[in-house]
Write a protein that binds this ligand. Structure first.
Ligand code: ZN
Length: 368
């Protein structure tokens, strides 16, 4: 499988990467990184607390790694998130099983959400160790649906969706030529049944108690795990340092308002303790959760303000890229950039500050 097709399949998980220089590895932009730039070596894991370990898996996409967490579960290990369905990711797991994880079984696989870098090898791990997948219901069902949704033919509604967003005839032809449903390639088939986790659940993993805190907007029912006693939060992609999680409208829910969901989730994260050490899926563990939540909120509000000013005359979603993204959008990033632009436009549309003109095949938005 080529990297290009993996990138497509992983579109849902793409992020807007901040690439500013780091002066002090432990303190940067209001956040504290207790381990600085130290990361686990390949095939090894780093203790974050008693019974909580961090491992890093290399990925064959622009976001070149994911952090996975291994929890002591009495007789064995519970795994949180899995990497993508590639030979390289499976080989990295095999090195763990003959290395630091050797001698004790895997007890369960927990997934924060359905994106392939998180769930791609969940089915493989569950099969290999005959254990259950623990995941929120919407995430499980969406992943199962996307696996079934592979076809050579792109649905007409999806073509219309991107045409309305302003894609050129050439870009639409390229999308049609690629076919539909790359997700199935990036994720191993999921088990027939699963163990549901939901907001407010309390999981006993080994000797530790973990609360399930659910967020929305990046994915529909994203699970974070909070251990109050250890003052830890496994945050998945719901809150990341340095990079902004993608919040997108996709063609399967063209009138969704995921940015509203995202803002509401940020409000919920603000109710958690500011003393938590946040263990994110990308980049390094950090403190100052509330400061990060405020930054993410401000970043989106800034984009909304710029967008509103930009819409003094009617523009398509594509014509909004220049005010939303720091760098030019490549052909491979078109889908995710369109989704992100539409998330901001839909939010403003719902608030009544912009309206949509539908007199042309391309929908245009203008300040109301
Ligand atoms: Zn994600």
């Amino acid at each position: 499988m080529s990297d290009a097709s993996l990138s497509d399949a992983n579109d849902h998980a793409a992020h807007d990467i901040e690439s500013e220089p780091v002066d002090n590895p432990r303190h940067f932009r209001g956040l504290v990184y207790p381990h600085g730039e130290q990361t686990p070596h390949p095939g090894q894991m780093m203790a974050m607390a008693d019974g909580v370990f961090w491992m890093r898996m290399g990925l064959p996409i622009s976001l070149d790694h994911i952090n996975l967490y291994i929890l002591d579960d009495n007789e064995g290990w519970a795994i949180v998130d899995t990497g993508m369905n590639t030979d390289s990711c499976r080989a990295q797991w095999e090195a763990m099983f003959t290395g630091p994880l050797a001698g004790r079984p895997i007890t369960r696989v927990i997934c924060t959400h359905f994106h392939p870098d998180h769930l791609g090898l969940a089915g493989w791990l569950c099969e290999k160790f005959n254990v259950s997948l623990w995941i929120p219901r919407t995430e499980y069902l969406l992943a199962r649906t996307l696996m079934l949704d592979a076809s050579d033919r792109v649905p007409e509604a999806a073509v219309t969706f991107y045409e309305q967003a302003g894609w050129s005839a050439q870009a639409l032809e390229m999308m049609k030529a690629r076919g539909w449903g790359q997700f199935a390639k990036a994720a191993w088939p999921l088990p027939h049944s699963y163990q549901r986790i939901k907001a407010g659940d309390v999981l006993t993993i080994g000797k530790a108690i973990w609360r399930v805190v659910v967020g929305n907007g990046h994915s529909p029912e994203h699970a974070c795990l909070v251990c109050d006693e250890k003052q830890l939060m496994i945050s998945g992609d719901q809150v990341l340092p340095r990079i902004t999680s993608n919040v997108s409208v996709f063609s399967n829910e063209p009138n969704g308002n995921p940015l509203q969901d995202w803002f509401e989730s940020l409000d919920r994260l603000r109710t958690l303790s500011d003393d938590l050490l946040v263990l994110p899926a990308h980049n390094e563990p950090f403190r100052n959760l509330h400061a990060r939540v405020d930054q993410l909120h401000a970043d989106h509000q800034d984009k909304l303000a710029k967008l509103t000013a930009h819409l003094h005359e009617p523009r398509t979603a594509m014509e909004c890229f220049s005010v939303l993204f720091r760098r030019p959008v490549s052909a491979g990033q078109m889908g995710i950039a369109t989704g992100e632009a539409l998330a901001h436009l839909r939010y403003l549309e719902e608030r009544g500050t912009v309206k949509r003109l539908t007199d042309l095949p391309q929908h245009r938005f203008v300040a109301a």
